[in-house]
Design a protein around this ligand. Structure first.
Ligand code: FDA
Length: 392
């Protein structure tokens, strides 16, 4: 056999794979980083509207969904947003906090990719692009991987090929196939941080396409206070993307269109402005088209002064907990991330190594750890990549 040997083969040159390869390489390990795409970090390049929301200063394990809510603590605690920010600053990349602790590049997401590629270069990482891994064998403690017709061996193999969200960017379920082949279990992957579609009666709201408003959205006990956006297919915007990660099919979500109004707001409006109408009162707080649509559905005609308190209370109860039952989501084609993935039950939270297959690691989005919107997913990619890179 004429295979080239390394200390570690990292499959997937995305956020997690580049961090892992650079970390292991800097520790003197000989690392091959391989990706079937023709350039590394394609998702980083399009992230954050081209400015990459590269971390969130409020990172904590409770902002992640996972089969084991404690799993992410160890890696997140050992490589923090401040650690990544330190790297960003060492490269002189200008950044700003946008909102809710979200840190973005002032310039371009390309700066983050260039930084990680440079870290890999300084660490002596060999990068192979544009060629897919085909065969993977494991014998006598060595992984043998065929990439574009060439064979490579290493005692460590890192699955960093992400999840299937946005397949047109080269995303695949490859990591799951390999994990299953090695006997690891995979939590059913589903689209997350994804817009909802509305059907039936609720499709009427599609006429509001383009309208957005600050709302509080809830699903069971989970709540998010952010902007919601009506689209021609349904509901999007940060609030809806956040709740979509928790939502289960055929269940309703509740939307509070008056998150700051306080109790008995309509009664107080009636007392203060008895000659106003419901539509006008709503338009003072909400975009006019949304105020019109909500008032029409509540069907309370005439001056507020002539509407019974009971009817106003009932209207306010609906406005603060408007129930939508999405017909579905826009699926993996539009999902920012994949929830589910390689089960954390079989992985070490310290090293990301599979307990039953020594030398096999899984990191980043491929693993059943999914962050909120707002830089949390990259922070998981950096932290899990770092944990594996330090353990190889
Ligand atoms: P990632 O998907 O980055 O990398 C996987 C790599 O594996 C890819 O390079 C792919 O080509 C490669 N690959 C796949 N299959 C392969 C195979 N069979 N063989 C070889 N290589 C293979 N998060 C955040 O925190 N802040 C943000 O601003 C955004 N913004 C954002 C916008 C959009 C439009 C999307 C789609 C996603 C985001 N995200 C985000 C999420 C974030 O991009 C995501 O969580 C990370 O990129 C995950 O990093 P990974 O390295 O795990 O996978």
């Amino acid at each position: 056999m004429n295979a080239e040997s390394f200390d570690a083969i990292v499959l997937g040159a995305g956020a997690a794979g580049m961090m892992c390869a650079a970390t292991a390489g800097a520790r003197g390990k000989r690392v091959l980083l391989a990706d079937h795409a023709d350039e590394p970090g394609k998702k980083i390049l399009i992230s954050g509207g081209g400015r990459c929301n590269f971390t969130n200063i409020h990172t904590a394990a409770d902002r992640y969904l996972s089969g084991n809510p404690h799993f992410a603590k160890s890696a997140l605690g050992r490589y923090t947003p401040q650690d990544f920010l330190g790297l960003v600053e060492r490269y002189g990349i200008a950044w700003h906090e946008k909102t809710l602790g979200q840190l973005f590049c002032d310039g371009s997401a390309r700066q983050i990719v260039d930084m990680l590629v440079e870290e890999c270069a300084q660490a002596g990482v060999t990068i192979e692009l544009g060629r897919a891994a085909t065969e993977i064998e494991h014998r006598d403690g060595l992984f043998m991987v065929s990439i574009g017709g060439r064979d490579y061996t290493a005692p460590a193999l890192v699955l960093a090929t992400g999840g299937p969200s946005i397949p047109k960017l080269g995303a695949t379920g490859f990591a799951y196939d390999i994990a299953r082949r090695f006997g690891l279990s995979v939590v059913h992957p589903r689209p997350a941080l994804v817009p909802f579609t509305l059907g039936g009666d609720e499709a009427l709201f599609r006429s509001l396409s383009g309208v957005s408003a600050e709302v509080e959205v809830c699903w069971q006990k989970v709540r998010f206070r952010e902007a919601a956006l009506f689209t021609h297919r349904g509901l999007s915007g940060p609030a809806m993307l956040q709740i979509s990660s928790y939502w289960q099919h055929r269940t309703p979500i509740g939307v509070n269109f008056l998150p700051d109004a306080g109790p008995d707001w309509l009664i107080r409006q009636k007392q203060a402005q008895p000659r106003s109408t419901l539509k006008r009162a709503l338009a003072a707080r909400l975009p006019a088209r949304l105020a019109d649509a909500l008032a029409e559905r509540l069907a309370l005609e005439g001056d507020l002064g002539n509407i019974a308190d009971k009817a106003l209370r009932a209207a306010e109860a609906r406005l603060t907990d408007w129930s939508f039952t999405p017909s579905g989501t826009e699926g993996f084609a539009k999902a920012e991330v994949t929830a589910g993935g390689i089960s954390v039950d079989g992985l070490s939270s310290r090293t990301m190594m599979a307990a039953r297959v020594p030398g096999l690691y899984a990191i980043g989005e491929a693993v059943d750890v999914t962050g909120w919107l707002g830089g949390y997913n990259f922070q998981w990619a950096w932290a899990s990549g770092r944990a594996a890179g330090e353990a190889i």
